[in-house]
Each structure stands twice: as structure tokens, then as C-alpha cells.
Design a protein. Structure first.
Length: 296
């Protein structure tokens, strides 16, 4: 059984790590640990002022760059401005059970931010990525389904938790298909995923009866941001195979030291993963880069 802790994170000297949504929660906790291990850490955040406030509390080389995953133009601008190598990309940012909202491009906010924004960012940065792509999912993926007939909730009554579960299932399907494509291309880069268990982050703050109940449960059951970040760190630095999925080892994967965990049958469906990839590429206008990946 693994006993991985933050202190097991190896030296990251000479490596660059980009973390989305790293101004708070488990993203901030992971960034703090990686910076303390001498990584150059880039906080890719929607609000640079909040990013600078977070960076000021970290030791090491920490930079802040603006990235709004709910706006594909912002994603493209970020990627175009990032010309240097990236060793590890951590797709951490996310929104959880908001009222029905839409991205700048008209996508349902959770699907557009949690999945499509990271899909576009990853593919745009892939030519510069040298080691690993980590995408943060959730145990909530187990109740998720991909509704290809109405991905953006335009025709059916909106259910925020159902939409959230769809986006988190999409994260795992994306990881699986990304790993397949990387292996097929002969790339040394691997794709992994993680979930934090129950972590009391600001995803659950502000607004709504469902959210209030979830926040109350999280307060009683959750682990700290630092502990919630451990599966992300494990997925980012441990010697594990591509398409690995890390989560807490405790009861119902709610808390505890990280280990490799299972996923739903839908999350293991290779055909579903391919179909989602094709639809995501069509929606974002971003495709898997051909012939320009890091060489082995």
C-alpha cells in the first residue's frame, strides 16, 4: 500500500510545471509543493491578481499568467504566448454545480470549462510538453454519462450535478484517448488522471441549496487542501503507467494517502473516448498535433 506524501515529491530542478486554477484549493497546494521542490511553476489563472496573491505565499520560482478556460480565445492566447518547454501540465481548474451558465463560446459552463477548455489547452501545448499531462477528475464521474444529443443542455431541464458528472467523466475519457494517441505516435509523454476525494475547496462555496448541502457534508468529511492535492502530485511525479488514475486510499476513496484507483465502465469505454475526442475537436477547432511532439 502506498504511503506517498508531499515529502516524497522528488526534486523538480530544471522542470517547468503549468497548473490551471492554481490560485486556490488543491491546485494551489500542489503548486506550493512543486515550487518548494525547485520546479518553475506557472499558475495559469483566470484572475491574475488572485494568482499573484497565491504566488506571494509560495517559495521558489512561481509565475502567474492569465488563462480563462471558459473562453477559447483566451486558451489560444495563453498557448501562443507559451513558447518554452513544459515538463508537466496539470489540468486542475474546474467549476462545480453552478446555475446554468455558458462559456464565451456558448458551451454549458461545466462541460466547457472542465473538459473543452482543458482539451484545447492540452492539444495546443502538446508540442512543448516533455513528460506528463495530469487531468483532475472526480469520483462523481461514476454517475456520469455523455449525452451527445444535448451536450450543452439546450433541450432538456438543467441538472447541475448531472452536468458536473458528465464533465468529470469526460476528463477520464480524454485522458484515456490522449494516452492512446500519445502511445500510437511514439511519444514519451504520458497522460494520467487524479481525483482528490472529498476536499473542502472553494468549488463548493456560494449559492444554491444543493451546493450548501454539499458544502456541509464536505466540512464534516473532507480532508485538507494539502491532503486533497496528494493524488494530483502522485499522478504528476510517481513512476506509474499512462492512463493511470490516482485517488485517496481510504474509505470510499474519500481521504487518505494516494493510490491507483478504478473507474466506471463508461470511463473505460475506448469507443466512447474516441467519439468524445472527435466531437471535442469539432467543437473547439483544436486537433491532436501531428509530427510535432517531443521525441523519445
Amino acid at each position: 500500500m502506498t504511503t506517498f506524501s508531499a515529502s516524497d515529491t522528488p526534486s523538480m530542478t530544471g522542470r517547468t510545471v503549468v497548473i490551471t486554477g492554481a490560485n486556490s484549493g488543491i491546485g494551489r497546494a500542489a503548486a506550493r509543493t512543486l515550487a518548494a521542490r525547485d520546479a518553475r511553476v506557472v499558475l495559469a489563472v483566470r484572475d491574475p491578481e488572485k494568482g499573484r496573491e497565491a504566488a506571494a505565499l509560495m517559495t521558489g520560482h512561481v509565475e502567474v499568467r492569465r488563462l480563462d478556460l471558459a473562453d477559447l480565445a483566451s486558451v489560444r492566447t495563453f498557448a501562443e504566448g507559451f513558447t518554452e518547454p513544459v515538463d508537466v501540465l496539470i489540468n486542475n481548474a474546474g467549476v462545480m454545480i453552478p446555475p446554468l451558465s455558458r462559456t464565451a463560446d456558448g458551451f454549458e459552463l461545466q462541460f466547457g470549462t472542465n473538459h473543452l477548455g482543458h482539451f484545447a489547452l492540452t492539444n495546443l501545448l502538446l508540442p512543448q510538453i516533455r513528460e506528463r499531462v495530469v487531468t483532475v477528475s472526480s469520483n462523481g464521474h461514476k454517475t456520469g454519462s455523455i449525452d451527445f444529443d444535448d451536450l450543452n443542455w439546450q433541450h432538456k431541464p438543467y441538472r447541475a450535478m448531472t452536468a458536473y458528472a458528465q464533465s468529470k467523466l469526460a476528463n477520464l475519457l480524454f485522458t484515456a484517448e490522449l494516452q492512446r494517441r500519445l502511445a500510437e505516435a511514439g511519444s514519451p509523454v504520458i497522460a494520467t488522471a487524479a481525483h482528490p476525494g472529498i476536499a473542502a475547496t472553494n468549488l463548493l462555496k456560494d449559492g444554491g441549496r444543493v451546493r450548501a448541502l454539499a458544502q456541509r457534508a464536505a466540512t464534516l468529511l473532507a480532508q485538507s487542501d494539502d491532503d486533497g492535492a496528494l493524488p494530483t502530485l502522485y499522478a504528476a511525479v510517481a513512476d506509474i503507467p499512462g492512463n493511470s488514475y490516482a485517488g485517496p486510499s481510504g474509505f470510499l476513496e474519500g481521504r487518505g494517502a494516494p493510490k491507483l484507483v478504478g473507474r466506471s465502465a463508461k470511463a473505460r469505454n475506448a469507443e466512447l473516448a474516441r467519439r468524445l475526442w472527435d466531437v471535442s475537436a469539432e467543437l473547439t477547432g483544436v486537433t491532436f498535433p501531428q509530427g510535432s511532439l517531443q521525441a523519445p
